[in-house]
Design a protein around this ligand. Structure first.
Ligand SMILES: [Zn+2]
Length: 252
């Protein structure tokens, strides 16, 4: 079965990888949506969805940050084998983009450049008054609401909170990559969360592989379904020799 995936990767002209929580669980980042995950519990009578909503953030930023620092940030996490293999596939000229539902930033940390983080990245934090980028460390280590070093304005993480729309530019980029891909690997996600589910409809390529422990919405369409941990599968993939890209049109 992994041999079939290897053939799909070797034969791909434009490979895109669409990943979810299962890509990062081996790095010690829990699947927030699992049966025992963050969303399955209550916190002083409140759900994680409430605590991570845009209205709660604006009304109780200090309580938001207490929850956020405790449950959403994993500063010691480093990229796993899945992230590293994807970075290698990009370097070899095979992989065109990683689209991820994760906010952990581990794909960028592994060196992948074309990353579309649909729900943002905890490492990107901005002043709400002047827009300045604020270092992750000061959000992580600060107390209460982090403040902008330039103007003392409140800082927010550039992640999509409940009640907010994903960044339209990121969405457009992800959809563009999907619509141009000939091969797609969907991994570590059940595709139940929007915008992931509707994103997939942009893919019109010929080869679709799914790597997921649980059933996904893409299984029926898929040419190959592997019910295995993502890292375990990608670890066995041999990185093809670097391709020299054909000089394409200016938009390529
Ligand atoms: Zn500022």
């Amino acid at each position: 079965m992994i041999k079939r995936l290897q053939e799909m990767i070797d034969g791909a002209q434009r490979l895109v990888f669409f990943g979810g929580a299962g890509v990062s669980t081996e790095c010690g980042i829990p699947d927030f949506r699992s049966d025992t995950g963050l969303y399955a519990r209550e916190y002083d009578g409140m759900s994680a969805e409430m605590l991570l909503s845009t209205s709660f953030f604006h009304m109780h930023p200090d309580r938001f940050y207490a929850f956020y620092r405790k449950y959403m940030l994993f500063p010691d996490a480093v990229p796993g084998i899945a992230h590293r293999q994807l970075a290698a596939l990009e370097k070899a000229g095979v992989l065109r983009a990683v689209i991820t539902q994760n906010i952990d930033g581990l794909d960028r940390m592994a060196g992948t450049r074309a990353v579309y983080a649909l729900h943002g990245d905890v490492h990107e934090n901005r002043c709400m008054d002047c827009g300045a980028l604020v270092p992750f460390r000061s959000v992580l280590e600060g107390k209460g609401v982090p403040r902008c070093p330039r103007c003392q304005g409140p800082v927010r993480p550039m992640i999509t909170l409940y009640g907010e729309m994903p960044d339209p530019q990121v969405m457009a980029g992800a959809c563009r990559e999907l619509s141009r891909a000939d091969t797609l690997i969907v991994a570590g996600t059940s595709l139940q969360v929007e915008p992931a589910a509707s994103c997939l409809s942009y893919f019109r390529g010929s080869s679709l592989a799914v790597i997921s422990l649980e059933k996904t919405a893409a299984d029926e369409r898929a040419d190959l379904v592997l019910h295995m941990p993502v890292g375990e599968v990608l670890e066995k993939i041999k990185i093809p020799p670097a391709r020299t890209r054909k000089k394409g049109a200016w938009w390529e």
